[in-house]
Design a protein around this ligand. Sequence first.
Ligand code: BES
Ligand code: MN
Ligand code: ZN
Length: 502
Amino acid sequence: MTDVTLSSKNPTAVKAEALVVATAQTSDGVAVVSDQLPTDLLTQLESLAPQLGVTGARDEVRKIPAGPKLAAEILVLTGLGERAEDGTFAIETLRRAAGAATRELAGIKTAALALPASDDAEITAVTEGALLGAYAFNQYRSAGKSTAKESGKDPVGAIEILTPLHKNAKAKVAAERAEILAAAVHAARDLVNTAPNELYPATFADAAKAAAKDVRHVRVTVLDDKQLASGGYGGLTAVGQGSSRGPRLVKVAYTPAKPNGKVALVGKGITFDSGGISIKPAAGMEAMKSDMAGAAAVLSTVVAAAKLNLPVAVTGYLCLAENMPGGNAQRPADVITIYGGKTVEILNTDAEGRVVMADGLASAIEDGHDVVLDIATLTGAQMVALGTRTSAVMGTDAVRDEVKAAADASGELFWPMPLPDELKTNIKSKVADVANSGPRWGGMLNAGLFLQTFVGDHPWAHLDIAGPAFNEGGAHGYTPYGGTGVGVRTLLGFLEGRAKVS
Ligand code: BES
Ligand code: MN
Ligand code: ZN
């Protein structure tokens, strides 16, 4: 990962390949947001802005030669948009502008960021954004990691964040936390981007062991397909039986010495979702390699919590299976028994996520936790309701609101959704305790209500990240094409909140 340091160098004198400075939109044009650059340079940049195509808008990044006044070689202008009424910029705006800039720095070795960074919150935002934007997934390019090709460049090698607080202890802690968090998000993105012929339940379990190796107080245990079948995990067994690659349930447990409570995180890990016998249309099916993004977020979060020494116990449950239409695949009309004894009538084998999650949730509840969160690319209906950038959160009122607050603070977009009792008729089965699919309308809520069946009234929240987990469009802000790592920041923020209350 990109190396990051805090420094108090003057932006004019810093010897980096690139110097990044922010621009803003003002009532009479563009302002360069810096009180340390020479005034004649600022005046020149502001008056030439129209010719340079610089407007100061958010997500706008322009690179120009630095000129004789600066020690850097190029100057990178990243837009912050308009100032808020109090004259500041929102923290998420800073995060995005830093990320949009570092995304444009791929292929460059050294950069200095002279962005607003005069308190902990700003330093956190700039460091997080810069590192989140400095991501590339070039594993499958035959030319190797560093090619001259636009698409295959390595992320910027090292960044210096210019701040008057470079020696401040709290600022250093903030930067170190940002590094751990960004590494966690990158790891989740890598798993999502890995091709499904390489990442399947057994290799995902290996990846979990590798990620937890040498991390203090973390233990990984794996139940394989035989253990799942004999242990009564009927959901994972049924969904996994159509694939030649058997399912796994991976528990990643972080147990610090004196924990303030115990949290369970359950993640959907369908390493490829073909739909099974209720097969999906060919168009767009390739995106279903991302159907394990929930499990990836859970794994990354537990490891990050351990690296941050958070005083809260966390167990991640990775519900791993490949949903394939092989000769032994489950059929619509099958009735299966979830861990703990509840029965499910399978009406649609493409509603497989909730079936594997039911095993994970039942198991987490049995193990005894103060609160259970689950995260899954669960429904296409999530995207119909909220689009591809906003995730949904449902659950018991207090936990749902706690997740929403953690999301807001972390800069991830989540929106609360209801679980109306009267929709329960949608998932009634004529033969079993519950059916795995119902009418199209309210599809995201039907899935949430299905999960609720296995949670009862235990404190719980369900995060549906179907759209935001995988960016099929162009990169924006600190978000790359492909796996986004969504959920890690919200889950980690939630755990940090729990760690504080004893
Ligand atoms: N993995 C999908 C949901 C999904 C769709 C995630 C698109 C990301 C992008 C899930 O397993 C699924 O297929 N859900 C069905 C449920 C239906 C059959 C009740 C859906 O949403 O169409
Ligand atoms: Mn499906
Ligand atoms: Zn799925």
